[in-house]
Design a protein around this ligand. Structure first.
Ligand code: 2RA
Length: 329
């Protein structure tokens, strides 16, 4: 199988290569693809040196699979060109997520929607993936009415420029800014750009993508997305109101039996999810599971996951693995 990693020089691209190697992904030929400015750059992978190629050359090689993390505009322009060449594209940008003709996939939840005809498949936003991994089993059992989520998002979600800004601030160096303000000793309630309704695109992704993935537009979601000076993963405080009542012990058991979810929840010994422990792992960690006594049938919980792995690279590659296993690729 010929595989292209598009955006191979970015943070998600680098993690995709790491995950492909870890999971011994079955490819016969690998193309590392990036923008014009990176063509010719050498990247070593599995003891072999690869030269980065451009998008046009990659399309001409007609890969079977293209794993995209190259931004929305590149995906808008180039994903259809790869698809026309017969390539199956799995895209990490927001370009195709809300397109009614495109599938938005978290394999543990809705991979069974996929068919051979799906040539452009959308990978959800990182903060959505970790939340719906927990919401999905709870929705099935107790039916969700409303979700209130506040996120605490790692600077790695913004990219290399943001990581560099924090490093510079810690070193007392004035450098290029990824954010409108310093991020060191600060939190910024502004992820992505503001829409006319006063919410950011990041917040509206949590609303819109959750409803699409759970296939239920009646689920009310409201979100506040905040950037914090940490690496290793996104954290989320989630309040859920259900149609039906629940038992917290039963909730904990249901989540502990959910593939890809790990319950870390024992306040007697200060056990709860944190980015420093989620970093580099593929699971979604959930804890602080407790009833919200302020209203009926309501639950609070805390979710942490590595935004570059299950939030992006690993979920993408799990979709590809599903396609291969079901002979859809
Ligand atoms: C962020 N989820 O964290 C967005 C894009 N990766 O900035």
């Amino acid at each position: 199988m010929k595989v292209a990693v598009v955006g191979a020089t970015g943070m998600v691209g680098e993690v995709m290569l790491k995950v492909l190697e870890e999971r011994n992904f079955p490819f016969t030929e690998l193309m590392l693809v990036a923008s014009e400015k990176s063509i010719g750059k050498e990247i070593s992978f599995k003891n072999k040196t690869y030269k980065v190629i451009g998008l046009a050359e990659a399309v001409s090689k007609k890969p079977d699979l293209a794993l995209f993390s190259a931004g929305g505009s590149t995906s808008q322009e180039w994903a259809p060109k790869f698809a026309e060449a017969g390539t199956t594209v799995i895209d990490n940008s927001s370009a195709w997520r809300m397109d009614a003709s495109k599938k938005l996939i978290v394999p543990e939840i809705n991979a069974d929607q996929l068919t051979k005809e799906d040539k452009i498949i959308a990978n959800p936003n990182c903060s959505t993936i970790q939340m719906v991994m927990v919401l999905a089993p709870l929705h099935k059992k107790y039916r969700i009415k409303r979700v209130v989520v506040s996120t605490y998002q790692s600077i790695t979600g913004t990219g290399l420029k943001a990581v560099k800004q924090l490093e510079n601030e810690l070193a007392g160096i004035k450098g290029e800014m990824a954010y409108p303000y310093p991020i060191h000793k600060n939190v910024i309630p502004h992820c992505d750009v503001f829409e006319d309704n006063g919410y950011t695109k990041e917040e509206m992704k949590l609303v819109r993508e959750t409803q699409k993935i759970l296939d239920d537009r009646t689920i009310a979601v409201t979100a506040t997305a905040v950037r914090i000076p940490t690496e290793g993963g996104h954290s989320e405080s989630v309040n859920i109101e259900f149609e039906k009542d629940f038992d917290v012990t039963e909730v904990r058991k249901l989540l502990s039996e959910t593939p890809g979810v790990i319950v870390q929840d024992n306040t007697d010994v200060n056990t709860y999810p944190m980015p420093i422990y989620a970093n580099g792992k593929d699971d979604v960690f959930v804890g602080r599971i407790r009833r919200d006594g302020s209203q009926p049938n309501s639950l609070n919980l805390w979710i942490v996951s590595d935004n570059l792995r299950k939030g992006a690279a690993t979920n993408t590659i799990q979709i590809a693995e599903y396609l291969i296993n079901k002979k859809l690729l």
